[in-house]
Ligand binder design. Structure first.
Ligand SMILES: [Fe+2]
Length: 248
């Protein structure tokens, strides 16, 4: 079995299409979307429509929630705020409703967790060891049989591991393929499809093969120029177009 794990599409239809073309070649049986379909870029309604068509499972990101929950925008910077107000005016009624009904996390096939930020919040980051340790502790307390959690939100590929003695560390993010040890616990971030922040502009995602406990990170080039032109024509801040080229 092969599963594609994607996250943080952020209204970048060109990046999403490039990733879906690659996923199609991989012949996956499921596509799991870890949230933030919208925000920042210029094709929010088209990206939701595409995700409704192709994703087996989706969870809600903080930008998805900010479309209907005004209070959750308080933590947004000025660019994120402008983009989400613009996004709100572009969504069809059905697609806005779809965002409203997304769960904040879900359990996949009784074996894995999928969330955007953490189990507690779609706006909490896992970037430091204490944050990873806290997440592992929550999993051990509430989901004893589950050893793997997929998360997004940071827009960077990451793998955190907890060994049987409780030692938590981050693995080298430059490894493209990883065989997971069934004795250990993992927090795995596929990076971002539509606004990567790892100094590489290419769209990022994972193929997960649960039977072999194997994950493979992918980086896919896409029509960056077209995505940027759409942003500029839409009246969104030009910085949002510029940052895509830098991968920041
Ligand atoms: Fe995001």
């Amino acid at each position: 079995m092969k599963i594609a794990i994607i996250s943080d599409i952020h209204s970048n239809l060109e990046a999403l299409h490039a990733v879906l073309r690659k996923i199609e070649k991989e012949k996956v049986e499921a596509v799991v979307n870890l949230g933030d379909i919208v925000g920042y870029n210029a094709s929010p309604d088209e990206c939701i429509t595409e995700i409704r068509r192709c994703a087996t499972i989706s969870v809600s990101g903080n930008h998805d929630a900010a479309v209907y929950d005004l209070a959750s925008r308080e933590s947004f910077n000025v660019f994120a705020n402008m983009a989400i107000r613009w996004t709100q005016s572009k969504l069809s009624e059905q697609n806005a409703e779809y965002l409203k009904n997304l769960p904040f996390f879900t359990i996949l096939w009784d074996r894995f967790i999928a969330c955007h930020g953490t189990l507690k919040s779609n706006d909490s980051y896992i970037v430091k060891p204490f944050q990873a340790r806290r997440m592992f502790n929550a999993m051990r307390r509430d989901y004893k049989s589950i050893r793997i959690c997929f998360f997004g939100h940071t827009h960077r590929q990451a793998v955190w591991v907890r060994d049987v003695r409780g030692k938590v560390q981050q693995l080298n993010p430059h490894e493209t393929t990883l065989i997971l040890d069934p004795e250990k616990m993992y927090l795995i971030n596929p990076g971002s499809v539509g606004q990567p922040r790892q100094n590489d502009w290419r769209a990022s995602f994972i193929i997960f093969e649960p039977d072999e406990t194997k994950i493979t990170f992918h980086l896919v080039p896409y029509d960056l120029y077209k995505a940027q032109q759409k942003i500029l024509k839409s009246g969104l801040p030009s910085f949002l177009a510029e940052r895509l080229a830098e991968g920041v």
